[in-house]
Design a protein around this ligand. Structure first.
Ligand code: HEC
Length: 94
């Protein structure tokens, strides 16, 4: 009994996070975007200084975050970058 309960509990732990992570990752990304990026890239990420940045891949975003031309570097964690990328791709409808 105990073992079965433990196994079920573990199974839930393993299976639940991805579902929740997706929505909350986008929500976190939106907050980060509003804090750090919106001022230059616009409320919808489509009309800012560098044009449309919606739906860009993580590699492109990582490179940009090191700083390019008029864009300053940002010191964000991998999770924060993933969140911003998830938010940008949610804007592009992907
Ligand atoms: C101070 C203004 C400013 C801020 C703040 C800013 N950016 Fe930028 N960003 C720019 C400019 C200007 C460019 C174009 C750089 C160039 O190529 O000359 C750019 C380019 C980019 C690109 C590359 C676009 C492409 O097509 O290659 C990405 C991705 C990007 N920014 C993401 C972000 C994210 C994510 C944030 C927030 C963490 C952010 N930027 C914050 C000004 C800014």
């Amino acid at each position: 009994m105990r073992l079965t309960g433990l196994a079920l509990g573990l199974a839930c732990l393993v299976h639940a996070p991805p579902l929740r992570a997706d929505a909350s990752l986008v929500a976190e990304g939106q907050l980060l975007y509003q804090d750090f990026c919106e001022i230059c890239h616009g409320a919808n990420a489509a009309t800012g200084d560098s044009g449309d940045i919606r739906g860009l891949g993580v590699d492109t975003v990582r490179i940009a975050l090191r700083g390019i031309e008029d864009m300053p570097p940002f010191d964000l964690t991998g999770v924060e970058i993933d969140a911003i990328v998830a938010y940008l791709s949610s804007l592009s409808g992907a």
